[in-house]
Design a protein around this ligand. Structure first.
Ligand code: HPA
Ligand code: ZN
Length: 342
């Protein structure tokens, strides 16, 4: 008999893992949101943390985004961004996280008069401390808001270039339908020419065509969400054959009603097809699940086997932008922990 699911969930928590799809603004828990809003004299649309949590019940992606952008208004100073990031790190340090590649949305702050420097300095300083205190390494990925113009994206890219040593890659998020990747071909070309790697949310709510464009026009190295790939067998074949990693976010994909139930999230299907699938948490404060809870949800929902859980943890390391030597060290540690817990 295989291990019980409680044991498997505990093993999933212990195994060294990377988080590759995490919006730092999506880790803003209601308690910190209220604390910062009070300090910064920002008005929130909720009377209490309970009321905020009750409002986190979304009909679709746009419904989530409206609430997410509104809550961000409580983040104003460099220290606020430091506290936000450190609160995230403290939680996942207990969940086997060894490396995080973290999205941030500067345009959502610039539009409220918060400078690029304020945002990136606070997050970066916390990530430096995270490395020292918890041994967690990280890279930052600056996301363009795809529902804003290409000109606005180009402007924020120029800001990012000033902080190049702190930012590994560019990404793209926000409202997908109606904002296809080709809108940003020139922006991504400029970013890649400046040495940034590229990823993009694609096929979260828009058709497979958006994933083709993200691969062929934006030349991304990883697909965020990617669920709509299954409409197109040729695309699925390419993603598997070229080992283009996919960052699935099980709890959030149910939370925005792309899937009805966790059981419908195609994690096993991706693994069976040889796709480098990974488990991630997206916006844990809003969808109510950090990395370990996302693993636990698919372990329960899909009745995952031990070899599948191990594969997902190893995939997260492989799919990261870490140098090969560091990937090797983490993978060896996965094997060591497996032996110790067998
Ligand atoms: N999709 C699109 N935009 C986002 C997301 C997401 O999952 N999270 C934060 N911004
Ligand atoms: Zn996302």
């Amino acid at each position: 008999m295989g291990p019980k699911s409680t044991d498997l969930k505990e093993l999933a928590r212990l195994l060294p893992k990377a988080e590759l799809h995490l919006h730092i603004e999506g880790t803003l828990e209601p308690e910190l949101m209220f604390e910062l809003a009070q300090k910064n004299r920002v008005k929130l649309p909720y009377k209490s943390t309970e009321e905020a949590r009750r409002a986190y019940n979304f009909s679709d992606l746009q419904d989530f985004l409206n609430i997410y952008y509104n809550a961000m208004k409580s983040l104003v100073t460099e220290t606020d961004f430091y506290d936000l990031t450190m609160a995230y790190i403290r939680r996942v340090a207990l969940q086997g996280l060894v490396h995080a590649e973290i999205f941030f949305d500067p345009q959502a702050h610039l539009s409220r008069g918060v400078s690029f420097k304020t945002v990136v300095s606070g997050i970066h300083r916390a990530l430096e401390d995270a490395k020292g205190r918890y041994g967690i390494s990280s890279y930052l990925i600056m996301c363009f808001l795809r529902d804003q113009s290409a000109e606005s994206a180009m402007d924020v890219l120029q800001e990012a270039k000033k902080y190049k040593p702190w930012i590994k890659a560019v990404g793209m998020d926000s409202k997908e339908l109606g904002n296809p990747p080709h809108k940003f071909t020139t922006v991504f070309e400029d970013a890649r020419n400046s040495g940034f790697l590229a990823v993009a949310h694609a096929g979260e709510e828009a058709p497979a065509e958006y994933i083709w464009e993200a691969l062929d026009l934006l030349k991304i190295s990883r697909i965020d969400h990617g669920y709509h790939m299954f409409e197109d067998p040729k695309l699925v074949e390419r993603v598997a054959k070229e080992r283009i990693p996919v960052t699935a976010c099980p709890i959030s994909s149910v939370g925005v009603n792309y899937f009805k139930r966790i059981e419908d999230v195609p994690i096993r299907k991706m693994l069976d097809l040889g796709i480098v699938a990974t488990i991630n948490s997206d916006d844990p404060a809003y969808f109510k699940g950090y990395l370990a809870e996302n693993y636990a949800a698919v372990i329960d929902g899909l009745q995952l086997r031990k070899d599948e859980v191990v594969k997902l943890a190893k995939n997260s390391i492989e799919a990261s932008f870490l140098p090969n030597a560091e990937k090797g060290t983490h993978i060896k540690m996965v094997d060591k922990i497996l032996i110790e817990n067998s």
